[in-house]
Design a protein around this ligand. Structure first.
Ligand code: SF4
Ligand code: SF4
Length: 366
């Protein structure tokens, strides 16, 4: 019994308790799956059981009313079961084929007062699925940008691509609101990364009251922090701006060292990363736009930059070529020419030797 020795008073409950019966019955026995149309999949088990999945776009921050509506749909069609993907898509699973069309029709009929879909269907195959992302201004302490707000604006710009499969290959977009990268931005086709560009400010009045000063010093990976005295003669800290890489580790330890700044904090765009082994090995994303300012609430420049990269890639790449495969085939210099993104000395094309030089790859022809 896999549950026998499980400690249940910490962490979430064992995931298999929540499997729909057909998934539990066929665990490890699935033979193949197909995408029937954008957002609709069928998985077929060795014994012939079928599970149909209807995938709809969701978001990280949901109202109670929205969650209740999702549960109502799951109760009506899916015997009360549903699944969230790591990209915040909601998957309604049914094992009875006759329920699929009524479920799709019901989802398409649910709209907001302004007429937009509450449950847009899509996010499969060679399209653009939801953006995996982080906490942003709502929850975390070190963000340089918002997460859900940027994601909402960018996905509104990519809405057609979510509901279709017209890309050469899957395009995985991710967002992390600081360099800690909770959001897989290091290996995504397109990555939106929040960056700080200024060292932390020292709040001399509060630092000796709020912080364990040795802890803040020890937290700095570049040894940029040393003890000092504030103007009033209190114990304080001093940051060597030349050594600081704006990571925010010190702020994690000490709330009197904030580094978010209206001008200094913003967005970097990275492209070409992937986990897949297909066509070429997995690769890291590379910086192609070093800085875009924060532009809440709709982040117009960021949305335009992502749309531009997607549009040029969709027109120019061969079928099955991921964004990084395409850029490497045509050469990164062509990537910059075709997308009309300016090349600057901030751009690194290969991280392996990034400590000593900014340009190493043999494919790079600038
Ligand atoms: Fe917090 Fe950074 Fe993670 Fe965003 S990426 S949630 S700011 S640690
Ligand atoms: Fe050190 Fe990072 Fe703080 Fe800069 S932001 S002082 S590098 S811990």
């Amino acid at each position: 019994n896999p549950l026998q020795d499980r400690i249940t008073d910490i962490g979430p409950r064992y995931f298999r308790e929540f499997f729909p019966p057909v998934i539990e019955k066929n665990f490890g026995k699935w033979e193949y799956h197909e995408i029937l149309e954008p957002g609709v999949l069928v998985h077929v088990a060795e014994g012939g059981d079928e599970v149909y999945t209807v995938r709809v776009g969701g978001c990280r921050l949901m109202s109670v009313e929205h969650l209740r509506e999702i549960c109502e749909i799951a109760d009506k069609y899916c015997d009360g079961y549903l699944r969230f993907t790591t990209r915040n898509n909601i998957e309604f699973l049914v094992s009875d084929k006759s329920k699929v069309k009524p479920l799709i029709d019901d989802l398409k009929g649910r709209k907001f007062a302004a007429g937009s879909y509450k449950f847009p269907i899509g996010g499969t195959g060679s399209g653009i699925t939801n953006i995996v992302h982080t906490q942003g201004w709502a929850h975390c302490h070190t963000p340089a940008i918002d997460a859900s707000g940027v994601v909402k604006a960018v996905m509104d710009g990519l809405f057609e691509e979510f509901g279709s499969m017209n890309m050469p290959a899957p395009v995985r977009v991710s967002l992390a609101c600081c360099l800690n990268m909770c959001g897989a931005v290091h290996c995504s086709d397109i990555a939106i990364l929040g960056i700080h560009r200024k060292p932390p400010m020292i709040d001399g009045e509060w630092i000796d009251k709020l912080c364990e000063l040795p802890l803040a010093i020890a937290a700095c990976p570049t040894a940029a922090i040393k003890p000092a005295k504030s103007a009033g003669g209190l114990k304080s800290l001093e940051v060597n701006g030349e050594r600081c890489m704006f990571c925010g580790n010190c702020y994690t330890m000490c709330a009197a060292m904030p580094l978010a700044d209206e001008v200094g904090s913003g967005i970097a765009i990275l492209v070409g990363g992937k986990l897949s082994n297909r066509i070429s090995k997995p690769k890291f994303s590379k910086v192609v736009i070093p800085f875009i300012p924060n532009e809440p609430p709709r982040w117009g420049s960021t949305v335009a930059a992502v749309k531009n990269i997607v549009d040029v890639y969709a027109k120019d790449a061969r079928k099955y070529e991921r964004l990084g495969d395409w850029a490497e085939r045509i050469g990164w210099e062509r990537f910059f020419e075709k997308t009309q993104i300016p090349f600057t000395h901030h751009l690194i094309d290969d991280y392996r030797f990034a400590y000593t030089t900014w340009r190493q790859s043999t494919q790079f022809k600038f």
